[in-house]
Design a protein. Structure first.
Length: 76
């Protein structure tokens, strides 16, 4: 589902990642939440899957700059 409707707290619960980790992945341009009018980040279920994949690949030894390359993550 591509609709970006979930808050960072819910995404944290679904992925097991901390909110800081999620913000770090955004900072490194690996995930792209939209912002509400109030500035809150909103994520989709596709983003949740992507965050899980990012975390797995980083644990496997990849670096964030490698994951920004096209084709390194599902859906690219």
């Amino acid at each position: 589902m591509k609709d970006k409707v979930m808050s960072i707290g819910i995404v944290s619960d679904l992925t097991g990642l901390t909110e800081r980790q999620i913000r770090y992945y955004e900072e490194k341009q690996l995930v792209f939440p939209v912002r509400s009018k109030g500035g809150a980040r909103k994520y989709s279920f596709d983003d949740v899957d992507r965050l899980k994949e990012i975390h797995d690949k980083l644990r496997d030894g990849f670096h964030t700059f490698e994951l920004r390359k096209p084709g390194r993550l599902c859906g690219e």
